[in-house]
Design a protein around this ligand. Structure first.
Ligand SMILES: Nc1ncnc2c1ncn2[C@@H]1O[C@H](COP(=O)(O)OP(=O)(O)O)[C@@H](O)[C@H]1O
Ligand SMILES: [Mg+2]
Length: 352
């Protein structure tokens, strides 16, 4: 892997698309994404189920189903992952980038003790002796907050709770000190208390280890306090990208505003939520113009006819925010219409 200069982004997606061939036609799962991630940064990818979040990263990890193909570029530290041979990509996975899934058992071998799961990675990828590898594994288990780590080393995955198993998987991902970890709904299967603990672990690790993190979630509520930046996906496209505080303060895209209004909150009577009306679009025949227009209360003729580009916008009375891009012909319409007054502050968000 070529080393990039410090100013170059760690991850850079350019014109990145994913299509699946099906008997009914081509599914346009991800369409022309341009996205960058800096070293050590935590980016949340948020959107409803089916918006293309998982396939986007499966594509660069070489994990697409056989009917899928990628287009464009996905550069990690300068090297285009899409151009690598399966063998070269395999070497990059585990060394430079790792993935954490919703179900920890997809990454764990039920027949191996925890210490073997962990130290084998180090023996294979870093050529450490078994003793060195086990010592490092134990230290990492302690680091991710596993109590009685010595005893856990000799247990099998089924002897651990779901939350502990996910900690083991996170330890496994961290062991080779990857530059990038992609966590796909890592807390969705866990109960609320454990979910909050795992998110806190990601927050600490992000601050401590310079590992860049992509946190994929359908729940904007888990993003506050963990991510630096948020990219909101709809129908395979980024519709808004912004710093977390800016997004929670005033979402520019009506879909981002709707997602925000659908978060259960402790500061709203009875924790009521507003469901987003309408259904996610058909990705074989995506809507014309702005893909959100059929569900958008601010849509007009232009939204039906012309797709808005993802670009910086100025909010009335504010300087232009260089870190924010939005694809909408009526940015901040929701904020003006008053739903910003009802939008939660990050502190008010109920995790889970
Ligand atoms: N192998 C496949 N063949 C056809 N369509 C697929 C395949 N895998 C995923 N898709 C479609 O791609 C779209 C994006 O999926 P995905 O990225 O998994 O969504 P999510 O945002 O929930 O993670 C969805 O519409 C899904 O149905
Ligand atoms: Mg998914």
């Amino acid at each position: 892997m070529t080393s990039a200069s410090s100013s170059a982004p760690l991850l850079e997606l350019t014109g990145y698309s994913i299509r699946f061939a099906t008997p009914d036609g081509e599914v346009q799962a991800v369409s022309g994404l341009d996205l960058t991630l800096a070293e050590g940064e935590t980016l949340a990818i948020v959107g409803e189920s089916g918006s293309g979040k998982s396939q986007c990263f499966n594509g660069m990890f070489g994990l697409l189903a056989r009917n899928g193909r990628t287009e464009g570029q996905a550069r990690l530290a300068g090297a285009d992952l899409l151009a690598l041979s399966p063998k070269a990509l395999d070497a990059v996975r585990g060394r430079d980038m790792a993935m954490v899934f919703q179900d920890p058992m997809t990454a764990l071998n039920p027949a191996l003790k925890i210490k073997r799961q962990l130290s084998e990675t180090l023996e294979v990828h870093q050529g450490l002796s078994r003793r060195e590898a086990e010592a490092k594994s134990l230290a990492m288990l302690k680091r991710v907050g596993i109590p009685e780590a010595e005893r856990r080393m000799n247990q099998y995955p089924h002897e651990l709770s779901g939350g502990m198993r996910q900690r083991v998987v996170i330890a496994m991902a961290l062991l080779c000190r990857p530059k990038l970890i992609v966590a796909d709904e890592p807390t969705t299967a866990l109960d609320v208390t454990i979910q909050a603990q795992i998110l806190e672990l990601f927050r600490e690790l992000g601050q401590e280890m310079r590992t860049a993190l992509v946190l994929i979630t359908h729940d904007l509520g888990v993003v506050a306090g963990v991510a630096d930046r948020v990219a909101v996906m709809y129908a395979g496209r980024i519709v808004e990208e912004a710093g977390v505080d800016a997004l929670f303060d005033a979402p520019a895209h009506p879909y981002a505003a709707a997602l925000l209004a659908s978060i259960p909150r402790i500061d709203r009577d009875g924790g009521s939520v507003e469901a987003i009306p309408g259904r996610p679009p058909n990705l074989i025949h995506p809507p014309s113009g702005c893909p959100f227009h059929p569900r958008c209360r601010f849509a007009d003729e232009r939204c039906v006819a012309e797709r808005p580009p993802l670009e910086p916008v100025a909010r009335e009375g504010h300087a232009i925010d260089a870190g924010r891009r939005v694809a909408c012909w009526h940015p901040f319409a929701a904020a003006r219409a008053g739903s910003a007054a009802a939008a939660p502050t990050p502190e008010a968000v109920l995790h889970g």
